[in-house]
Structure formats: structure tokens, C-alpha cells
Design a protein around this ligand. Sequence first.
Ligand SMILES: [Zn+2]
Length: 317
Amino acid sequence: MTQQQYGNATLPSAYISHAACHRHDTGEGHPECGRRISAIEDRFIASGLFDVLRQFDAPEASDAQLLRVHTRAHLDAIAAAVPESGYARLDPDTVISVGSLDAARRAAGAVIKAVDLVAGGEMETAFCAVRPPGHHAESDRAMGFCLYNNIAVGAAHALESHGLEKIAIVDFDVHQGNGTEQIFRDEERVLFCSTYQHPFFPFTPSLPNAENRVNVPLDATAKSEEFRAAVSQHWLPAIERFEPQMIFVSAGFDAHVDDDMSYVSLTDADFRWVSEQIVDVASQFSGGRIVSALEGGYELNSLARCVETHVRVLAGL
Ligand SMILES: [Zn+2]
């Protein structure tokens, strides 16, 4: 592949998923369902995007990799809760079934694989189309559809296995990434930047802003202008000061106007714009290195469109 075929990107982009992520069955009518991944993949096939991405199957995250951000008690509790048939609930929203543990291991393993590809210099960017999502999972608690904190597992892998010393995680899911915040609250090597509807789920009190934390709550009435101002005025200056060596994205698309999971009303153009800002700042400070993982996004049409746009921007297409 030549540089021209990938626009501004100098290396190809990876798409990482696994069939197990389809088999995490959350029950009839649950918004966090396997059709989310199918909608994304159908669109990538129809648009030809799969022709220019390198596809990888996600490996399983190991216990040791998960234990960098989760407690042993958390791993044991999830394993013990998986039913032999039917469904079990870890909280009112978080449903698991027989395939959930495999899916969760693959979801976290996808971000590990992405880090190995991107930090190893084989790929410039990687997108992980995975479920269950991760950013609500705290070190010792599953929550809000999330079992393991996929992005945190990946970030910890970049720090501990690849020797990176400064990482930024940006989270534009409409729900606050309480798990990522909790896991890295005292980690000076990780800058966490988040926008989210407030007050809203997860209803956990977010921590005050700090050198390594930029929380920007948005009113339920927020639209493009407020979101873009939050990113331009708060995220980007913090990232520029921090100069991260790699940028992670908790890519949730549930702030879209067509997604009835929230009241914030963003458009396709906003998700393109924020993706472009992330690529821009990554090219300045991070050698273009970006690892992005799917979080929320439940209206299948807008989800598939916006993920396609996000990945095209990441790939320099
Ligand atoms: Zn969400």
C-alpha cells in the first residue's frame, strides 16, 4: 500500500473485532445488542471500507492484563456470575449470559492487540469494534453494560508493556466514563478528557478537574456548539500541554440526535469534527498514534454512519 492510498496516514489502519462480541447475548429488547456490531460491519462492507483496513481477530485478554486495572475479586465475581443458561444481572442494566465472559475477554483483548499494532509501529491507528463496552467498569465493579474497562486495559498495556510514559484518553460518549476516571484517578501518566450529559447516568460524583483530568459536563440541551466549545476550549489545550505519546478514544456515539439514549443532540458532522481534532492533535504530539474503541451508540443507522466516518478520519481517508 502506498502513502497516497491512506491520505494523510503513513501506515494502514486496523479494524479489530471478534465473533464472540456478537455472542454476548443481553436478552430481547436490550439496547446493547449484537446488531450494533453487525450494523457497523454491514456498512463497512457496503461502503468498501473493509477493502482498505487491515482486519484482525481480537485475542483474549489474559488475567495478568486485566489485573493491571481490575481486582482479582472483580474477575472472580464476573466469572462466578455467568449463568449456564439464560441470563444473570450484574446490575439493573448489565445483563450477562453464557457467551459474555468470552466476549468481554475479547473486547479487552482487542484493545491490547490495537496497542501492540500501533505502539509497535505496524499500524498508525486502530479501531476496536467490540462489546460489551467498557468505560463504566471500575476496578472492582461491573456497571452500565460494561464488564471490563477495555480502554483502561489497553492504556495500562501501553504503559507497562510498551514503556509509554504519557497517554491521553478522550471520551465523547454521552455518559461519563466513571470507570476510566476511577482507575486512573491518581495516575499521572494518563490524561483523561471527557464530555458527557450532566446530571445523567452513571450518577457517580465526578472528580474535580486536575492536571490529569478534564471533565466537561454538558446540559441536556447541548448541541454542536456546546460540544465543540468543550473540546476546543478544554480538551485540546490540556492535550497540547500534556503532549501524549499515544491517544486513546472511548468512542461512544450515543450523544447523536437520533439516539434516544440521551438528550444531547450531536450530528454526524460533530463526530467527524471531533475525530478530525483528535487526528490533528495526535499528528502533532503522538506520531499520529490513535487507538479507538467502541463504547455506546444504540440507534443503529446513526451508529453505523458515524463509526464509518470516525474510522475513515482515523485512516486518513
Ligand atoms: Zn454511553
